[in-house]
Write a protein that binds this ligand. Sequence first.
Ligand code: MIC
Ligand code: SF4
Length: 635
Amino acid sequence: MSKNIAEKIIEKHLVSGRIEAGQEIAVSVDQTLTQDATGTMVYLQFEALNVHRLKTKFSISYVDHNTLQTGFENADDHRFLQSMAAKYGAYFSRPGNGICHQIHLERFGVPGQTLLGSDSHTPNCGGLGMLAVGAGGLDVALAMAGHPFYMTMPKILLIRLIGKLRSWVTAKDLILEVLRQLSVKGGVGKIIEYGGPAIKSLSVPQRATITNMGAELGATTSLFPSDEVTRSFLKSQKREGCWVPLEADPSAFYHEELEIDLGKLEPMIAKPPSPDNVCRVQDVEGMKIDQVAIGSCTNSSYHNLMKVSEILKNRMVHPQVSLVISPGSRQVLQMLSLNGSLSGLIKAGARILECACGPCIGMGQAPPTSGISLRTFNRNFMGRSGTQDVQVFLAGVETAAASALAGVIADPRKMGIEPTIPIPETFFIDDTMIIPPSSDPDQVEIIRGPNIQPLSETKSLDDTLTGKILLKLGDDITTDHIIPAGAKILPLRSNIPAISKHIFEAIYPEFYRRAKQAQGGFIVAGINYGQGSSREHAALTCRYLGIKAVLAKTFARIHRANLINSGILPLIFVDDNDYDKIMVGDDIKIDVRLLNGGMKVQLINQDCDIAISNNLTDREMMILKKGGALAYFKN
Ligand code: MIC
Ligand code: SF4
């Protein structure tokens, strides 16, 4: 039978279930990655599972998010992660070595294998033909302990690319166009496969820009074939040995198809406050800007930064604009330094930051009050930059560099001939910032600073849940709304009691006090609740505050799994109109024993019932009854 690429990889890794959209499947995990902001929880949970050595083919712990050390917390977390990796068998990428997804693409991704990462942009490695999926920390800890990864088999959407990108139009413009067409919900429940004659013209880093932002579409993952382009990229990284060919069979089945003519695209830009609020750059041309930030796992490759350096050559950044550049990896930075381009960037007035996520996650470089920031990143959610009332626009590096010079949003096509950047035959390889695990793990002592708080106890689910509706939210609530990022809050990721104080801070600052006073309760939400990042803190803090269930119209995949893993019921309105009947302050009762039948939420003070479905598999139900995945798997 003909198969698409996703089916081929899943079939090779299938542990249980049927490869049929909507069925629960379990797949074995070849590789895992963690980053520091989610990683401390992953390693605490892994430790609680009582497994003495990692069971994957390859696991790595990156430090790239919390690298601004304004207090002891982040540095303490780095030491903890380094000692954990050494003891349990993971590689450790030191702070300064770069962003997890960029390094993984360069040094570790393998076509045809599976990768599970505690970060939503893990699908970056889909650019190499790897089935790379983002997940909550506990799911990654379980994979490290040798458990398969469970997911609902997605539908497969083929995006067929034809034509050729015109001058000054890039992979970022393509993915922004896909977001414009499909929205942040368009990929939910789907794997997006790219095919068609035009894929040959896209390099691996360009492909990765596209698969990276599949996360913004809500897709489970995105995938390119592994072809000659992949092979030469791996060869240039001195990794040709891990190349395998991988493509869809000619008559493979797809649930949906979309065709995009690259030749018709033009420079695109996402306006605040969502990555799908996309228009043409020329529609907002001339808008005054205060900051340009270039970097992030979406747009910080060697090719991207060389392009910036060529555009800025012998020119000066506009006096009213602060241009910051964070290279994706030490490899990129070293190459720019060796060929002299770094000096050109400095000369043009760019502020060079370390190789890390940096401003993308609000770790420094917060823009000025009511400012406008143009970024090459993937998310422009409210508050994420560190300044509440800033407007963040997202675009490719060409638009960003042209705008940094002009002081206003500028269409790069007006810059004349587009510089061409030759793809290097060999990249500069230096893995000395990646530390292998200890050969004598028994001698390794785990270093825990005061910021690392023990995991909280779990409690099995009661048969009847009662309490008040504490909060009612609209559609598309992101995990950045639930637990904000930024330099102040991120250092508390290893300390749930402390970080919980910041829950819903930007939109409902009184929520923490309300939940504490009520000793828990319920949350109501609209469509796509919990979209965005993989941070399980958005669920762990809710559990800490006694939230028993979230009633929503629909949930984003990773957050739904995080709620279940934390012992919180994700419940869905059978009739969306019932959403309007529930109010903050309502007293409700849920009979959990009816969970697998036609469930009802009793609105006690309104004396009526609301039909709720749970869509929980038997496995998920068992996890919930135990009070969460840790309690379930420990037993
Ligand atoms: C993000 O881009 O939002 C993050 C920070 O990388 C998150 C992970 C986190 O919150 O630690 C993600 O995308 O999963
Ligand atoms: Fe880091 Fe930003 Fe990428 Fe998240 S999206 S991994 S914060 S660079």
